[in-house]
Design a protein around this ligand. Sequence first.
Ligand code: MG
Length: 448
Amino acid sequence: MVSVSGVRGRVGDGLTPEVIATFAAAFGAYARSRGPGKTVVLGRDSRVSGPMFARAATAALQSVGCDVVDVGIAPTPTVQLAVEDLHAAGGLAVTASHNPIEWNALKFIGPSGMFLDGDEAAAMRAFLDDIPRATWDGLGGWSEDADAVERHLKRILAIPFLDVEAIRAKRFHVALDCVRGAGGTIFPRLLEALGCTVDAINMETDGRFPREPEPVAENLKELEALVRRTGAAIGLATDPDVDRLSLVSGEGRAIGEDYTLALASMLVLRHRPGAVVTNLSTSRLLDDVAERAGVPLVRAAVGEINVARRMQAESATIGGEGNGGVILPDVHLTRDAPVAAALVLQLLAETGESVQSLADGLGRYEIVKEKVARPSQPLDAVYDALAARFPEADADRQDGLRLDWRAEKKWAHLRPSGTEPIVRVICEAPTRAEAAELVETLRAALPS
Ligand code: MG
């Protein structure tokens, strides 16, 4: 599967070293075409197939004259920061992010440290047809960079409003689950620097995920039990490439990944009021946080790069996605789980409140998702008809159709799938019954 940010597949079933090498070579040629630089940073999460694909990508990059700087097993945000720090022409992360163990993927990073956007990815793919290979005297080199995680940590601890001493003084007891992903390279060091006592599980960086690796509440039973058993004040769970963070309350309850960005934003807005950016499918918990702080909430199309670009345009203070992806421009314009963890710990330190009481203070919404058959008529006409059918709702057409009934605190977002003949309908409302009812209302209003 080829998307804007990368190429993804099941290992040995679609995704082979040949596929990875072809895309890595095209990416290297593209990166070299954009300027004099020829350094490309390469990193990977902990998946079993990672070393094989990293070697294929390395050879391919060298074959087009790129000098590879290998950061080894590292969080994706660490790889992205290394691209910036080393003034590289680009970066490649070998990671399938939160996807199950049988998947792997290649993600493409531009010289800014941000993922390629749609136009850049199209320009990169144009090289797939005719990859300019180097001759023997033009091959690229290879070197290791063992300090990328250390630099990333330093950058986090230097966030201007992060009061490291205040967090250390609290001596937080933290339970941690890194699902045997790349989080083991950075989270223990971050929490040690923040003076926490840590009870950790799944810290081996061997990619043998003991559970489904996506950090959604239903996958965090073991962490919930660890919090209860150890009496930790908070549980932290990240995905294999460490760009998403989920929280477990001190009562041992996974509170849902929507709360990560909401709580991190609460903290940041206390220090620095400014625009918040998220995507069209993120919970309206964030609308409430922005409203209370008196700042605008701006919604961008789904996809991390769309949120990041919009944050640039709005000079946003903080942004991200409801899936636990927090973006803090003080560090960089990409989702970063260690950044999110530091912000949440500071919120606990500043307010003296528990995770549960902070979450309770934000209130609760319910999201219901459904797939419906794609209507035969053009989707633009379908969206026009729906917007006309519900004139009381604010309509947003930048990515599918989003209808927002602000007074009733509910919304619906319709987007076509890129891979199946379906439209995804996602609805949020104060109760599950209302959200489900909204899904049914929209389904009934859709032409067949
Ligand atoms: Mg991820």
